[in-house]
Design a protein around this ligand. Structure first.
Ligand code: NAI
Length: 473
């Protein structure tokens, strides 16, 4: 064929899709095919409305699709044809059994390995792209070795560091690419093959090679450190609200120290997304498994603080609004776990909405990218709440076509996702349409609070001094 290398990626989700699209873009000589069990998912990748929202993704897919980028459910055929197979399937927290609520379920990874062993008729390089517990490659390798065809497989770990919302930029110019492999001749050769793929666009010095276990564990550690920064600054936001200090001023004063760094120091209602909590729980579980209870407890506090921050926010909403939101319309601006994505997995908005619904508020949600159907799937999966378990739930939450209708007649609006478009809303218009006093709860500190107060709003923000409480600012 005209291609020098065949890559197959198992799992056409938030990671598999964008990652393979960028490989195809940067390596026109390589044939890349993304496969998935879900026909619906593959059909969407082959259509004009992709299954995920990611800025810059549609352009790359339309350039490469049909040229050297393909999406298919022919898993067996694509495995057979591939030289390199990425495993990029979901590895969610276990919901039952041993380690329930903490351990990552690597069932999907093992199933992929079994499938590869079953259908391959030549040896391959198998790459763990999914985030997995350290030493998963050992399990993958053993499953692969159990083929009865005498085939030799090489297992590499190549965790993905992209962030949703900026995935395309992250993939095109990654801080680093990490490749872990067995430190013997064949392992090093396999790692070299994968290095040569990334070297088409990533400078060599940014491609790190390590042993397998360092690579697997680095991904968990990177997410733990990132989430820890969020929880650290959020813990300080609570102290700011109690003392009249301003968390933004603190972030600036502290982050200017180059040892600390400015980035990722914004306080908020807390982190969400499919990875941070899952990966820290995974790390905590690993520590416990090895008897390192102090280490487990240390990292677990990152989650404890995050839960506290979400809860604190809802409680503040209720207490500010005269200790009752029963029957009150409340607008929720933003439901995605961060801007520039439609992903709602573990989104902090969901926990605020859940708690407000339990207080019998009437919730009106506006998010530019989130589908109502996805809200309910996640509410069921993570909170165990459905119309069946909580009759009236469906009616208690309205999804609005825009921010203005969400806020019309509301007692409060809360900004829970930092979408840029929320900064430039016509707040005079919104104020006129709201019940008085009109409350604003800025869960991302993105609005101009002084201006909102001038209009007449009562503004509450995260870690910002409340002028009604402190006269000595
Ligand atoms: P996802 O849920 O969006 O996609 C996973 C896909 O794998 C689904 O479409 C599912 O149908 C498919 N799948 C499951 N089992 C399969 C099998 N046996 N054969 C073929 N397809 C199968 O998951 P996402 O977000 O892409 O995450 C994948 C992995 O990457 C996870 O381990 C995650 O922790 C990690 N990761 C995720 C990041 C993110 O921002 N979402 C960033 C970095 C890593």
């Amino acid at each position: 064929s005209e291609f020098t290398l065949n890559i197959c990626c198992m799992g056409a989700g938030y990671v598999g899709g964008p990652t393979m699209a960028v490989i195809a873009l940067k390596c026109p000589q390589i044939r890349v095919c993304v496969v998935d069990l879900s026909q619906k998912q593959i059909d969407a990748w082959n259509s004009d409305s992709l299954p995920i929202y990611e800025p810059g993704l549609p352009e790359v897919v339309s350039e490469c699709r049909g040229r050297n980028l393909f999406f298919s459910t022919d898993i067996d055929g694509e495995i057979k044809r591939a030289d390199i197979i990425f495993i990029s399937v979901n590895t969610p927290t276990k919901t039952m059994g041993i380690g329930a609520g903490r351990a990552a379920n690597i069932k999907n990874c093992e199933l992929c390995a079994r499938k590869i062993a079953e259908v391959s008729d030549s040896g391959k390089i198998v790459v763990e792209k999914s985030t997995v517990p350290v030493r998963t490659a050992q399990a993958v390798r053993r499953v692969l070795e159990c083929n009865d065809k005498g085939l030799k497989f090489q297992v590499l770990s190549n965790p993905e560091f992209l962030a949703e919302g900026t995935a395309m930029e992250d993939l095109k110019a990654p801080d680093r690419v990490l490749i872990g492999g067995v430190q013997d001749e064949d392992g090093i050769k396999a790692a070299e093959t994968l290095v040569s793929v990334y070297a088409n666009w990533v400078p060599r010095e940014q491609i790190l090679t390590t042993n397998l276990w360092s690579s697997e564990l680095s991904k968990l550690v990177a997410n733990a450190f990132l989430a820890q920064r969020v929880s650290s600054i959020n813990s300080i936001s609570a102290l700011c609200e109690a003392t009249g200090a301003d968390v933004n001023e603190i972030s600036r004063a502290v982050g200017i120290d180059q040892r600390i760094g400015r980035r990722f120091l914004n306080s908020s209602i807390g982190f969400g997304g499919s990875c941070f909590q899952k990966d820290i729980l995974n790390l905590v579980y690993l520590c416990e498994t090895y008897g390192l209870h102090e280490c487990a407890e240390y990292w677990n506090q990152v989650i404890v603080m995050n839960d506290y921050q979400k809860k604190r926010f809802t409680e503040k909403m209720v207490s500010s609004m005269f200790n009752t939101v029963t029957g009150k319309k409340i607008a929720i601006l933003g439901y995605a776990f961060k801007k520039d994505t439609g992903d709602v997995r573990e989104t902090p908005s969901m926990f605020v909405v859940r708690d407000l619904v339990l207080e019998q508020a009437k919730i009106h949600v506006f998010d530019p990218q989130v589908k109502r159907e996805d809200m309910w799937i996640e509410m069921d999966y993570t909170c165990g709440m459905t119309e069946k378990t909580h009759p009236g739930l469906d009616k208690a939450v309205t999804t609005s076509p825009d921010a203005y209708s969400a806020c019309d007649g509301a007692h409060a609006f809360a900004v829970l996702t930092e979408w840029d478009e929320f900064k430039t809303l016509d707040f005079e218009r919104i104020y006129k349409g709201m019940a008085k006093p009109a409350f604003v709860f800025d869960g991302r500190n993105i609005l101009d609070h002084a201006k909102l107060r001038e209009i007449g709003f009562e503004v509450h923000a995260i870690g910002k001094p409340d002028p009604n409480k402190f006269s000595d600012l």
